[in-house]
Each structure stands twice: as C-alpha cells, then as structure tokens.
Write a protein that binds this ligand. Structure first.
Ligand code: CU
Length: 126
C-alpha cells in the first residue's frame, strides 16, 4: 500500500515486508519491461532501491499474483497522484511552458501546458 506511488529519482525507496509471510518484490520498467530488481523479502525485511530514471514502473510479487502496484519516478517536485475522479492540483508552479505527463491504467498521455497566472486549469484530451 498504496497501489500507486510516486517517488523522486535519486531518493532511496524502501520496500518493507510487514507481513508474517515471505514475499517477493519485482520491479519492471513499463514499456521496455526491463527488470530493475527481483528480490525475496522475508517477514519484517526491507529492500532499498534508488531509481535513476523517470517513468512508470510495474511492481509485483511473483508469489502472490494479486499483489501489484504502480510506481512513477519523477525528477522534480512537480508530480502528484490524482484523486479517484482524476483531479489533481500542483501548487507553486512558476509561469512557463511545461509538458504534462499523465500515467493511468498502463497508458501514458502527454500534453503541453502553459502556466501564466495564479491558477491554470488543464483538461487532458485523450
Ligand atoms: Cu506476496
């Protein structure tokens, strides 16, 4: 938990097994499928990995197929997770031209966004 998480590139991410059962954590880069790591974690054991590339990653436990998550690595503070209606808010964004990247349900959409005032609303066109 949670099933979707964003992390910063260069910051250590801790994968902690708080269960009484052994688990496995395997993480693949979405798209290429490249394996980032694939480790067994005993109860109360922790594994730490630092992501060095932006993008979405698929997290799974090979022993329990229902255990899945999405992890998105971002290289700056302008990242967040939307609510269950797809709404999100980022504060303190300096004016300028940005590239909005949205990842959901295994798909990635991109759109140019110009921030020019105190509030900019964006509607993502699929
Ligand atoms: Cu498991």
């Amino acid at each position: 938990m949670p099933d979707t998480l964003y992390v910063r590139v260069g910051q250590p991410v801790e994968f902690r097994n708080t269960d009484n059962l052994g688990h496995n954590v395997n993480v693949h880069r979405r798209g290429s499928g490249a394996t980032m790591f694939d480790v067994e974690t005993d109860p109360q054991e922790t594994y730490v990995h630092t992501f060095d590339r932006v993008g979405p990653y698929d997290v799974a436990c090979s022993e329990h197929p229902g255990m899945q998550a999405t992890l998105v690595a971002a290289d700056g503070p302008l990242a967040t997770i939307s609510d269950n209606r797809g709404r999100f808010e980022l504060s303190g964004v300096p004016p300028g031209l940005y590239r909005l990247v949205v990842t959901f349900e295994g798909r990635t959409l991109e759109q140019a966004v110009t921030v020019s005032g105190p509030r900019t609303e964006v509607r993502l066109a699929p």
